[in-house]
Write a new protein. Structure first.
Length: 99
């Protein structure tokens, strides 16, 4: 949450996961939440292509703001697997999202 225009920490995490995963075909899904700074998505697309093998990870982008724990739960529920890491960089809104 608070991914910025290139999903910096999400893409870094996916890259580290792919490098250290014991199974070459382990599912890789990245959920980026960025309601303000995503732009047209071209910077994110270029950054993803530069850093991850094409088609290896599913990148999902949510542009609606997360304002409550209910919003966060809604985003995290559709996955087939539990999430391994959640990074929230919301400039002081973290507590409001989680409580």
């Amino acid at each position: 949450i608070g991914a910025g225009p290139i999903g910096l920490w999400g893409i870094r995490t996916a890259k580290a996961f792919l490098r250290h995963s014991p199974h070459i075909n382990s599912p890789c899904e990245v959920l980026l939440v960025e309601p303000f700074d995503l732009g047209d998505g071209s910077d994110l697309g270029n950054h993803t292509l530069y850093n991850l093998p094409e088609g290896r990870c599913r990148i999902r982008v949510e542009q609606n703001p997360v304002q409550s724990v209910e919003d966060l739960k809604r985003l995290l529920e559709p996955g087939d697997q539990p999430w391994n890491l959640i990074d929230i960089d919301a400039q002081g809104w973290e507590k409001k999202m989680l409580c």
